[in-house]
Ligand binder design. Structure first.
Ligand code: ADP
Ligand code: MG
Ligand code: MG
Length: 256
């Protein structure tokens, strides 16, 4: 079993010569085998949290810690975190001209293996084909430059394809559901549900309860004002969908 723990994390970002505080004492603990969801209004710091866990240097850690299996990873560069089993599907996946999708995924898969034991080409292609098929994607997508000219929905499917091929211990999926039609949402959810198991944990970041109809979370966290203000089970997401964030904010007596 692996664990990922965020401890009393304070994070700021430089914004026009001003230090802007975004995360304000965020706590979160996950283990493999669990699916967690974070819901929260726009601008509360959900993407900041995911980028900070992955090691984006834009975000300054003022205090607190991030622990993978009990060890602090704050000094680790992004690639070391990826090799150790962390994966982030970004809210806005980057386009990388000149690198094909298949090349990119193969490099990422090999980065997680010993240097002298790269994945055999035949084995890689076979798995890539079956993964693409599972996600209703064509082999043609694998030969295209990474995310270039992909539609919003194709980018999101492609992030799930990468996740399934790389097999991280922890996947953070930042608004993987945004901009998806219902068919694409089902496909993306199928991918996550196939990964479910003892060696995999996921953090689903979403505005909407809809995604959680397809991927049932074990824990739902509400984030407001840069921290987790309430944790519950799947019913908490349903409640939020019905009542909105304002009611919870009043109930908790929050001034944010
Ligand atoms: P969410 O994902 O919950 O919508 P974000 O983490 O994207 O929230 O943003 C939280 C707050 O931090 C917002 O006010 C946003 O404008 C600000 N912010 C995030 N990244 C930057 C940045 N690189 N520069 C300036 N402000 C930022
Ligand atoms: Mg947002
Ligand atoms: Mg965001």
């Amino acid at each position: 079993m692996s664990t990922l723990e965020v401890k009393d994390l304070y994070v700021s970002v430089q914004d026009n010569n001003e230090e802007k505080q975004i995360l304000k004492g965020l706590n979160l603990k996950m283990s493999t085998g669990e699916i967690h969801a974070i819901m929260g209004p726009n601008g509360t710091g959900k993407s900041t949290l995911s980028s900070t866990i992955m090691g984006d240097a834009k975000y300054h850690i003022n205090s607190g810690d991030i622990l993978l299996n009990g060890e602090s990873i704050l000094d680790w560069p992004v690639d070391q975190r990826a090799r150790a089993g962390l994966f982030l599907a970004m809210q806005y996946p980057a386009e990388i001209p000149g690198v094909t999708n298949a090349e990119f995924v193969k490099a990422a898969v090999n980065a997680r293996r010993p240097k002298n034991d790269p994945v055999p080409m035949g084995e890689f292609m076979k798995e890539l084909q079956s993964t693409l098929k599972t996600l209703d994607m064509t082999m043609e997508m694998a030969g295209r430059y990474l995310n270039q000219g992909f539609s919003g929905g194709e980018k999101k499917r492609n992030e799930i394809m990468q996740m399934m091929m790389i097999k991280p211990s922890f996947a953070i999926l930042d608004e993987i559901d945004s901009g998806l039609d219902i068919d694409a949402l089902k496909v993306v959810s199928r991918g996550v549900n196939l990964m479910r198991g003892d060696n995999f944990g996921a953090l689903l970041i979403t505005h909407y309860q809809r995604l959680l109809n397809y991927i049932e979370p074990d824990f739902v966290h509400v984030m407001m004002g840069g921290k987790i203000v309430k944790t519950g089970d799947a019913s908490l997401a349903k409640r939020l969908e019905n009542e909105g964030y304002a009611k919870l904010r009043d109930e908790l007596g929050l001034d944010i």
